[in-house]
Design a protein around this ligand. Structure first.
Ligand SMILES: Nc1ncnc2c1ncn2[C@@H]1O[C@H](COP(=O)(O)OP(=O)(O)OP(=O)(O)O)[C@@H](O)[C@H]1O
Ligand SMILES: [Mg+2]
Length: 144
């Protein structure tokens, strides 16, 4: 389903709504140009999951982990692979990311997943684009 958001808050609210569909075990791919709203959406996902820490882009450290207060055994993993070369699977493997695929207690959000080849078949792909007049289009599979 395609959504159009007209402000940062609208994108965060959409992320929040999407978070309500998550149970654990999901791998979420966030695809779209620089500044198209991927990190903003993850901020909403985190809010929806009850994470009170501020979500900033993990560009330089690749991955941040947040525990989810309402579900003590669940964690949110936020990755940003932008600075990696294409085919950076080795570097990602060293971080233990592939061990998270399908772990029922992990919700994994990945910005710039194009950088790696090994993507699980159950991954949920969300695409972002920045349109004229500053609208952001966000496509999420299924309905919310
Ligand atoms: N409708 C909107 N949706 C999302 N962000 C918006 C919107 N309107 C304005 N913005 C602003 O646009 C910027 C989007 O940046 P954001 O970091 O979310 O993009 P990104 O896709 O994660 O980029 P990058 O690839 O660099 O990580 C933010 O500064 C945000 O406040
Ligand atoms: Mg980002």
């Amino acid at each position: 389903m395609e959504f159009i958001t007209k402000s940062t808050k609208e994108t965060q609210d959409l992320g929040k709504k999407f978070a309500a569909t998550l149970k654990g075990g999901e791998v979420i791919l966030l695809q779209g140009d620089l500044g198209s709203g991927k990190t903003t959406f993850v901020q909403g996902v985190a809010q929806g999951l009850g994470v009170s820490r501020v979500i900033t882009s993990p560009t330089f450290i690749l991955m941040r982990t947040y525990s989810i207060p309402h579900a003590t055994d669940l964690s949110l993993y936020h990755l940003d692979l932008y600075r990696l070369e294409h085919g950076a699977d080795r570097e990602i493997e060293a971080l233990g990311v592939f061990d998270l695929w399908g772990k029922p207690d992990a919700i994994v959000c990945i910005e710039w997943p194009e950088r790696i080849k090994k993507i699980p078949s159950h991954a949920i792909r969300i695409t972002f684009s920045l349109e004229e007049n500053d609208h952001h289009t966000i496509s999420i599979p299924g309905t919310l």
